[in-house]
Design a protein around this ligand. Structure first.
Ligand code: FAD
Length: 500
């Protein structure tokens, strides 16, 4: 294959992954490259990815999206974190709020000071020091105030909930406006080059042959090119993340409009609740080894806050990832690349990082294997770190007597996760790679929220007197509370953003 420029990009699939890829590429590639997206109206998109994490805002900026317009177009709402109900044990809940907690000090992180007093029974839960969590628990919201100096109001970190169908439609409008060509129809075959097995073309049901230099496989769980044509293989992680089914159903909205996702544990999985402006998205994620579909559906339908707006939809998946996200001239993005279940809303983020990484490692026609290997290694590391964070939620449960939860509590876990738990258990230390998605405060909130207790704390914390630390913590708690009280309600804030 000769060196030269990639001139023809073919995106296979028009779900969230396909249209995000099209929107980003059409915004950033302007060297005469042709971008074509192929999707079939007969093959529906998964349509349930509706909760995000704050990094989505970087993507919106990258593709030039105005946040208020985006909220209007997608019936979107703001998200400050995730509430986990009944996860560590029945009747208990905690919030994993985005953003910082307290104010880190020169010598040690804020939470080390908190740990010391918490262990002595002299400080309340860590949620009192997080503006995101306090605001969420009061149904308050505002965007971070850039002009409020060192106030917690400048720490507010938000993501969105949105209607996945409307999001894809919105991105389609943007992409087509920037020259992306959309072809509707079913792909029925793939032509591979005889010499190197690269994909030469896809073949449509009507016989049309669409050639490309680079194919981005966004065909969902099918993995039409990455698996169907190239047989790349899949790493199955269901022994660690055993949920393999979901049932989704929207219901009518109810007041108040919560600024967070709720994840409620059930006997063999958990239920999501995603509040949008026009409806609530709900779903029950469960393990088919431990529950029948009829029972899972009945649990979901009995736990809706409003009247259902559609028939429940049953979905199947296998948690894990494609062995190589990039194989020859095919890059898998979205569900075609893997799926680790929706617990921490990481899939759309992985779409985003897949696109960014592809743009950073954008190939010549020569396709350097070193580029491909580097892309795949970075993808593998990213998946592994997220995987460990998700397993943590299941592993640390005390829901004894429930076979699914007993399995999760007793299962072998990756050594990388075991080390993190051991490290925290001793002196409350949390170590992570600098490019990992989840921050120390995320790990802290989930480890603590799931009931893992650190025995000690950072020894240098003792350089300050207990009275001094107590005053420091009390001040942070007080300021956070007053800031949260000062914020408008989520409903009021959405109304002001969406006013014409
Ligand atoms: P899909 O939406 O499945 O799109 C596939 C596309 O390929 C479609 O356009 C289809 O027409 C096309 N296609 C397939 N075969 C052919 C063919 N032969 N010919 C032509 N076209 C074809 N992510 C989050 O970040 N947050 C969440 O809260 C969240 N919740 C989820 C809950 C569940 C139960 C599941 C399963 C996933 C969830 N996700 C979530 C993941 C998220 O939905 C996906 O990552 C995201 O929607 C991207 O999907 P996709 O575009 O890869 O695939």
């Amino acid at each position: 294959m000769s060196l030269g420029l990639v001139k023809n990009i073919v995106i296979v699939g028009g779900g969230t992954a396909g249209w995000m890829t099209a929107a980003a590429m059409s915004a950033l590639i302007s060297n005469g490259c042709k971008i074509r997206l192929v999707e079939s109206d007969e093959i529906s998109t998964i349509g349930v990815g509706e909760a995000t994490i704050p990094v989505i805002r970087g993507f919106n900026q990258l593709i030039g999206v105005d946040e208020n317009e985006f909220l209007r177009q997608t019936q979107g709402t703001f998200k400050l974190g995730i509430e986990f109900v009944n996860w560590s044990k029945q009747g208990e809940s905690y919030i994993h709020g985005f953003g910082v907690i307290g104010r880190d000090q020169l010598l040690a992180k804020f939470y080390q000071y908190w740990l010391k007093l918490y262990q002595a029974g002299k400080a309340p839960g860590v949620e009192h020091y997080s503006i995101n969590t306090m605001a969420a628990s009061m149904n308050k919201f505002m965007r971070a105030a850039s002009d409020s100096g060192d106030s917690p109001l400048s720490d507010i970190s938000h993501a969105f909930h949105f209607d996945a169908g409307l999001y894809a439609k919105y991105l389609r409008g943007l992409s087509e406006g920037r020259g992306v060509q959309r072809t509707e129809g079913r792909i029925v075959d793939t032509v591979l080059r005889a010499d190197d097995g690269f994909v030469e073309a896809i073949v449509m049901e009507n016989g049309e042959r669409i050639e490309g230099d680079l194919f981005v496989d966004c065909s969902g769980f099918r993995g039409l090119l990455i698996e169907g044509a190239l047989k790349t293989g899949y790493e199955d992680w269901s022994h660690w993340l055993p949920c393999d089914r979901a049932i989704a159903v929207p219901c009518e909205s109810v007041s108040p409009l919560l600024p967070y996702t709720r994840a409620t544990a059930h006997d063999a999985g958990w239920q999501w609740r995603i509040p949008l402006q026009h409806r609530i998205g709900n779903g029950h994620v469960y393990s088919s080894k431990f529950m029948e579909p009829e029972q899972a559906e009945s649990i979901l339908m009995n736990n809706l806050d409003g009247k259902p707006l559609a028939q429940p939809r049953h979905l199947k998946f296998t948690t894990g990832k494609r062995k190589r996200a990039w194989n020859r001239n095919v890059v898998a993005i979205g569900l075609a690349g893997g799926f680790m279940e929706p617990l921490e809303s990481t899939s759309i983020h992985l779409v985003q990082t897949g696109i960014t990484r592809l743009l950073m490692m954008f190939p010549h026609l020569g396709y350097d294997q070193a580029d491909i290997d580097s892309f795949n290694e970075a993808t593998d590391n990213e998946y592994a770190a997220i995987r460990d964070f998700l397993i943590l939620h299941y592993k640390l449960n005390t829901r004894e007597g429930k076979p699914f939860w007993d399995y999760c509590r007793n299962m072998e876990i990756p050594a990388t996760l075991q080390r993190r738990m051991d490290l925290y258990r001793s002196n409350g230390r949390i170590v992570r790679a600098s490019d990992e998605l989840f921050t120390e405060t995320s790990w802290l909130q989930v480890m603590h929220g799931q009931g893992l207790r650190a025995k000690g704390y950072h020894p240098l914390v003792d350089q300050r007197s207990e009275a001094d630390i107590a005053a420091f913590l009390a001040n942070v708690k007080d300021v956070v509370l007053r800031c949260a009280e000062h914020m408008p309600t989520h409903e009021e804030y959405i109304a002001s953003c969406c006013a014409a």
